[in-house]
Design a protein around this ligand. Structure first.
Ligand code: ZN
Length: 331
């Protein structure tokens, strides 16, 4: 009896030891897996962040006409440089263009980067797992801006700008006209006595002049209804223009200017309403060329500059595509 019970307990102890040992192996195995999977997850999110910032940076160069255009090459270089700054190597093979309406004959409005890389396991090697492959992708595109902060209280109608673009004559457009027959290109047939000046807030000449000189500090949105500034506003137009124009001291030109040059202005593209008001349908960028009329019947001529990507300041969606864009992550 004594022998039997000794043997019984020894056997039990042995079983417990075996079970304990097995449990430990399984437990350590799981711990190894959890640690390694955590590490893989960490690597994956670091890669995702790097790719997101690479495409967001690259998309500022877009839109581009096609894959042969300088802008597309710059966009690719920008993505490669940004990834490199975050210690990831990508090549043009990892980059693909996104076309407007997914038609390869259309312009490139987005960029996608896909990157795969091996991540070595540390602990799971014990269980025979050496490494795994992590793949991430990021895409960003440009969409017409739905709002602009710093716009100037001038305008062009969507019909006038559309016809100018269609005719390929955009070097010398009127964004504030005069009552002289030669200087009327804003469709004011439905609003006599309006020459393109807009009222953003407040009333009268001083606010108008300040908004022209400095840009409106608030945001103008697509869909917004604005009052026309009635009358020629000739003096304030010349004064506001002159202040703004002379803020640029780097003697730039319409073909070569910096992104923040004061001569680059953002103008509401509008539809004329019967109520002596306009509806903002989009925005266009212009480089200021000249203010004519000498403060008496003043008009402003400017060069249309398409393809500007600005900071997103819209609550709602964008309007018609007149070349002022904001960038978005797409996936
Ligand atoms: Zn300048």
């Amino acid at each position: 009896m004594r022998n039997f019970s000794d043997r019984f307990f020894r056997q039990q102890n042995g079983s417990v030891a075996v079970v304990t040992a097995l449990s430990l192996v399984i437990l350590l195995g799981f711990a190894a897996l959890v640690t390694d999977l955590g590490s893989v997850h960490n690597q994956k999110s670091k890669l995702q962040n790097a790719l997101d910032s690479a495409v967001l940076s690259a998309v500022r160069e877009l839109p581009a006409a096609n894959t042969g255009s300088v802008k597309w090459i710059e966009a690719q270089n920008q993505a490669i440089a940004y990834a490199a700054a975050n210690n990831y190597t990508i090549s043009t093979d990892d980059i693909e263009p996104l076309y407007q309406d997914n038609q390869t004959t259309n312009k490139i409005i987005g960029i996608k980067v896909t990157k795969s890389m091996g991540v070595d396991y540390t602990f799971a090697r014990v269980m025979g797992f050496d490494s795994t492959t992590v793949t991430d992708a990021a895409a960003a595109g440009v969409v017409p801006a739905g709002g602009v902060t710093g716009a100037v209280p001038l305008s062009i109608t969507s019909s006038a700008l559309s016809s100018a673009i269609a005719a390929g004559v955009t070097d010398d457009l009127m964004i504030k006209c005069s009552s002289d027959a030669d200087e009327i290109t804003i469709d004011n047939s439905t609003a006599t006595g309006w020459f393109g000046a807009l009222r953003f807030f407040g009333q009268g000449a001083n606010d108008y002049e300040a908004n022209l000189a400095n840009g409106y500090s608030g945001t103008i949105q697509v869909g917004q209804i604005l009052d026309m500034e009635s009358g020629n506003m000739s003096g304030p137009t010349l004064d506001g223009f002159t202040t703004r124009y002379n803020k640029c001291t780097d003697s730039c030109t319409a073909d070569n200017f910096t992104d923040n040059c004061p001569r680059l202005v953002y103008v509401p593209v509008v539809q004329v309403l019967p109520s002596k008001q306009v509806k903002v349908v989009s925005f266009a960028a212009f480089y200021l060329l000249a203010c004519g009329g000498n403060g008496n019947n003043s008009y402003i001529k400017a060069k249309y500059i398409p393809g500007r990507v600005i900071a997103d300041s819209a609550a709602g969606g964008g309007g018609e595509d007149f070349g002022v864009y904001t960038s978005r992550l797409l996936e």
